[in-house]
Design a protein. Structure first.
Length: 294
């Protein structure tokens, strides 16, 4: 098999969709890399994907494509874990009532093997993760109403990432859903959040050629970085216990001036430090007066 870039097809059984990954992978790319691309292009979070090739055996995430002899133009089948299938179908429809039936945060009647024995905070966290999966799918698929309803239930869902570290902002940037993008920005999503490849949502939009989303996100990034920089400068202001050379200004002269030169003098000792025995130190005012007398 050639070591250069090649393409494969991914077929999502549940959704009856096919996606072509052209010039994005090599034979040394892993199954996890394939899942990452499917997550971006199809909107299915990688942690709920199952991949198969030629038979019904699940492919290991850390295995390279060449280990399974995936040929150029071959088709990898993408399946969804059973307990998420109904939830994914409901997310595609975009109705909050259907989604609530299949277990998200706020659901009280839902039960499945992964949450059956969980109680209290552990159960709530498991349902929040399921809700974050729905939000990611809804954002990528353009289901604005569903996104709005989910944020009403729990606004913090915008900050829950997938297994690759991507949030719903990465999902919406990959398809340039501008109305949903603004919805997430108003909800306070972290626009500087990076995925495992070090890419922000703006970088994802740039990579996939979504110019309008990229422009909006770059402006938001610039504004946030400018605000952060301003806060850092305010915090960097010297505290009351500053060094003497930091405290002097034109209202408190520390120089001696003559006909040929001007000498600046300052005592640079730490005001809070104890002096060693026998050590003498004169303050700046004394030195300045002596220089003026000369």
């Amino acid at each position: 098999m050639k070591s250069g870039k090649y393409f494969i097809l991914t077929e999502i059984e549940l959704l009856k969709e096919r996606h072509k990954l052209k010039n994005r992978l090599t034979p040394t790319s892993t199954i996890r890399d394939v899942k990452s691309w499917v997550e971006l292009l199809a909107g299915i979070p990688s942690q709920i994907q199952r991949m198969k090739y030629l038979d019904e055996c699940d492919l290991r995430d850390d295995a390279p494509l060449r280990e399974y002899a995936v040929v150029c133009g071959g088709t990898i089948t993408v399946d969804i874990w059973t307990e998420y299938k109904e939830l994914v179908n409901a997310a595609m429809v975009g109705k909050i009532g259907d989604v609530m039936k299949f277990g998200i945060v706020g659901s009280t009647e839902f039960d499945c093997p992964s949450v059956a024995y969980l109680t209290g905070e552990a159960r709530e966290n498991a349902l929040r993760e399921r809700a974050a999966v729905v939000l990611y799918i809804a954002a990528q698929r353009g289901q604005k109403y569903l996104c709005q309803e989910l944020l009403k239930i729990d606004r913090s869902l915008v900050d829950i990432g997938t297994a690759t570290g991507r949030t719903c902002l990465h999902a919406v940037s990959s398809k340039e859903r501008m109305d949903i993008l603004q919805l997430f920005l108003d909800a306070g999503v972290d626009i500087l959040r990076e995925d495992e490849m070090g890419m922000t949502a703006a970088a994802v939009a740039h990579m996939l050629g979504q110019k309008a989303a990229e422009r909006v996100l770059l402006i938001q990034e610039w504004n946030q970085r400018a605000e952060t920089s301003l806060r850092s400068k305010e915090k960097a202001k010297l505290p009351p216990g500053r060094f003497q050379h930091q405290a002097f200004d034109s209202a408190n002269p520390i120089w001696g001036r003559g006909p040929y030169a001007q000498m600046y003098c300052a005592k640079l000792d730490d005001p809070g430090a104890k002096k060693a025995d026998g050590q003498s130190s004169r303050d700046a005012d004394t030195i300045s007066r002596e220089q003026q007398a000369r």
